[in-house]
Design a protein around this ligand. Sequence first.
Ligand code: SF4
Length: 283
Amino acid sequence: MRKIIGEFEINEEKAEKIAEILLDLHKQGHPLVSMPEYNLPRNLIAGSREHALYLTYVISIDYMTGAEKLWRKARGAYELYPERFTPRKILAVSERSLSVFLRRLGARYPKSAAKTWKKISKILIEKYDGDPRNITVQPLTVEEIKDKLNDFPYLRGSKLANFYIRAMGETGLFKVSNLNDLDIPVDKQVARFTIYTGVLRFLGEKFQGCCNDDPLKSIIQEVWRTAAKKFGASPWKLDEPMWNIGSKLCTGRKCGQCPVKTFCDKTRGIKFRGNILFWERRG
Ligand code: SF4
């Protein structure tokens, strides 16, 4: 079934077929499902306060740099200096030293990243006894958690908030009462995948807009929410394989290796500058 929203057309049937393949990749434990944030430093105990801090700090600067490189470097840094990922140590060092450390992790804006880490540390100590797990002492809904994240710089934006809640919820570090309702965090890779496959088509002549904002964000979230529901799955389960295909295969048009190639339109005429999408209809 096709659905029109403004100047966009959604191919729901194609979305369902693709969602089924992506969900199957989870069951197979396919490499396209692995996410770098789940590959922990060797000296980190899963489920611990340190685990919660590690995810909180690294995710807060995830948007500032390439994700794979960031997590690889963060893993290495944590294995050598685990204390640098604790609120008291972060507040004790100068902003300058912290920004040098963050530059080495690959943060594109290390001064801003240092301010982010200091602010997060202060809130964690003042409100949550230095432990992000205390954000959900009792199970909370996604919306209630988002309200609490309003205090935190950079974890409150819709893309990072969804990513953070998913990572913390999936690892049991947050108690989320409705994790299954969490939408896919829309970014450049998810938008690229949705458009290249032809799940979303533009009916006008030209479009320019940010992937993280409406109308793209809401339309893309809705299409994958509906498709995931058909299989009784959570929309966020589609994020991992979609993000990996978007970033590793779509960018180089490596369609031969792609698990959804049979259903993909391989749409052209799209360019990205940062998170801004430029779309010119062809044919
Ligand atoms: S077939 Fe090609 S364009 Fe389509 S999703 Fe796969 S890699 Fe991307």
